[in-house]
Design a protein. Structure first.
Length: 93
């Protein structure tokens, strides 16, 4: 068993683009329900602030743990990078 807090732990894919994040996202949606997983959007659709990578960077800049404000409802975060004009790769930070 893991050392996480039961019911509070996240499953985070720390891979890079094109390493199966869509498949992981679909798996957790099928296993735990549609809202159990976020792929690359942790907030409002089509807004830069809704991307998981941007949200995580904002939390770290506020001296908070990266997942404090991102995808709180989700059991799985399958992709967290953001590369739309600026590159944000939380898995490398």
């Amino acid at each position: 068993t893991g050392g996480g807090i039961p019911g509070k732990s996240h499953i985070v894919n720390v891979g890079f683009p094109k390493c199966g994040s869509s498949s992981i996202h679909t798996f957790f949606q099928g296993a735990y329900g549609f809202n159990a997983s976020v792929h690359w959007q942790c907030g409002k659709e089509r807004e830069k602030e809704g991307f998981c990578g941007v949200c995580m960077r904002r939390a770290v800049n506020q001296k908070l743990p990266p997942l404090t404000t991102c995808g709180k409802h989700a059991k799985s975060i399958s992709q967290m990078d953001y590369d739309k004009g600026e590159c944000v790769f939380p898995q490398m930070s």
